[in-house]
Design a protein around this ligand. Sequence first.
Ligand code: NAD
Length: 378
Amino acid sequence: MAAQNANAKTQTKTDDAAKDNWGWWWRPGSNAKFYASCNVISVNYGFIGLGQMGQHMARHIYDKLDIENDKLYVYDVFPQAITAFVDNVTSIKPEHKHALTPLSSIKSFVHDVENPLDFIITMVPEGKHVKSVITELTKEYKSVNPSYSTTFIDSSTIDIKTSRECHEIVKNELPEFDFIDAPVSGGVAGARKATLSFMLSREDDASVSPELRELLSKMGKNIFPCGSQHGTGLAAKLSNNYLLAITNLATADSFQLAKSFGLNLQNYAKLVAVSTGKSWASVDNCPIPDVYPENNLPADVGYKGGFITRLTRKDVVLACESAKMANRFLYLGDVGRHWYDKACEHEDIANRDLGVLFEWLGDLEQDSVGNVIDTKRK
Ligand code: NAD
């Protein structure tokens, strides 16, 4: 049975055509009807950004659609991403095909859908992409003077300032609508397995609506309310990813140090896993090959896939810039950023999992006056 949606609440208040508890509800401005007696209400989802993360998140929504009632509309600026997504999910679950519609533009989410959308999720690279999508959606929704409400959920990792600007644009132009920052942790593996953790700008569990909870639970396992002010979800995400980025550098240092002492690195990795040096970077994403072959970690496949160094750098930069705006000096902010900047000068490092920083450190040497030389790259 589909969830009761946010629009359903609005309709209860505003829809004069609503009959009684045993009749049909007509969604204003549309042909949709809902049978109130049994609470079967359609939920219409939009998903924008079908990249490494988004393709899996959208797939879980698709897989879990109530196909009698729900609909999913998807879009990516890169048309091949849409085609690949549609081909993939419909070949695995053809029985849901009729509930999926690929769209060819952002404005289609407003004008070319059967019924107004309840949720639109964005999973795009940077703040500028989120802002352009949200600005366009807001403009198009405003042009139809909607009597319903739609919730925009942004799961991208972006700067807090841009996210707050998007929130204000939506709230100023469409007061009944909402824009929520809901970044995720768990990486591509978490997106694939629907085990993501969502960080939400919500005061507590009670302030996460059942409809939102149901949607996020299709894609993830944990929902963490981080505070009532818009942007607190991102604040938690950036603080966490800063910790990840810095512990990843310390892990690379530690393992190269152990190597220079002549230690067996597989044994050392097992020791770290039960010692005070353990962390996600040193254990769950251990950069030493053959320690956990059963987990098929990036280190076992030449650091391909995983959470690439370029995205880690992006998060370090966002965390450091946000820290500056909050007047928060960080011990390791500048030094951490320096090394991620340097790493990303090399495509072969930038585009591989962040564990590759262990391997790269092995290519670096310091000369007698303290200059660091990359022995393999210019
Ligand atoms: P990606 O580059 O693989 O995918 C982004 C997708 O968005 C691409 O398909 C791109 O074509 C599309 N896109 C860009 N601009 C668009 C626009 N204006 N309209 C529609 N589509 C647009 O990136 P990803 O790895 O999926 O990450 C997405 C976001 O999630 C980023 O902010 C990233 O930092 C964050 N994130 C990534 C991971 C990870 O492990 N990859 C983990 C957590 C969070």
